[in-house]
Design a binder for this molecule. Structure first.
Ligand SMILES: Cc1cc2nc3c(=O)[nH]c(=O)nc-3n(C[C@H](O)[C@H](O)[C@H](O)COP(=O)(O)O)c2cc1C
Length: 176
């Protein structure tokens, strides 16, 4: 691999949630390139309980964009990708497995110059299942609005390391 580790760190630190998109559509081969790499996300027992529903249809996208106030960015994105998880295949870890896959989609998209934002689904599961005609065992874990970025947001603040890192036991400071 030719990438320097510093470049990879920089890549990770420069991903942002994107909520404004260019009108430009995303070619199918690019979508498939993203999903092809996203299949390599880790999952418990390598069960890969995910499926990806690529939403291009304007009416369906509009319906998903209406599930709550935070889903509006979907209206401005050419594509939505719904990551849904088969809870029968992986009853204990389907949510974390699919979260891994969703983060892979976000990172691969970023690597290809596209932007994403994760749209919350977990309060609207039945509504989304109905809209996408998903079987009851497929739980939508994330909707990712996907497109070419039309904004360059500043980084959102992060908690300081001192607040979130402990040594051996909760409350024990980890310091150099
Ligand atoms: C589980 C989850 C749910 C989220 N839901 C929404 C959402 O519904 N709408 C939205 O605009 N952003 C949503 N976000 C994006 C977060 O607001 C964003 O990741 C966070 O503010 C950090 O900003 P950054 O991604 O630019 O680093 C969600 C993120 C996660 C991981």
């Amino acid at each position: 691999m030719s990438c320097r580790s510093e470049d990879i760190l920089e890549f990770l630190l420069t991903r942002r949630s994107i909520r404004q998109f260019k009108l430009e559509s995303v070619p199918d081969d690019v979508v498939l390139k993203i999903l092809n790499a996203s299949r390599y996300a880790p999952s418990a027992g390598n069960r890969q309980p995910w499926i990806f529903v690529v939403v291009k249809d304007g009416k369906i996208k509009e319906k998903l964009a209406g599930i709550h106030a935070g889903s509006i960015p979907l209206l401005r994105a050419p594509i939505g990708i719904v990551v849904a998880c088969d809870k029968n295949t992986s009853p204990f870890s389907y949510q974390v497995d699919c979260a891994n896959a969703a983060v892979y989609v976000m990172l691969v998209a970023h690597a290809l110059g596209l932007g994403t934002v994760w749209i919350q689904t977990l309060r609207n599961i039945e509504e989304i299942q109905k809209t996408l005609e998903l079987p009851e065992n497929y739980v939508p874990i994330a909707i990712l609005a996907l497109g070419y970025p039309a904004e360059k947001p500043q980084p959102r603040p992060r908690k300081p390391l001192e607040e979130i890192v402990y040594l051996d036991k909760y409350g024990n400071k980890y310091s150099t």
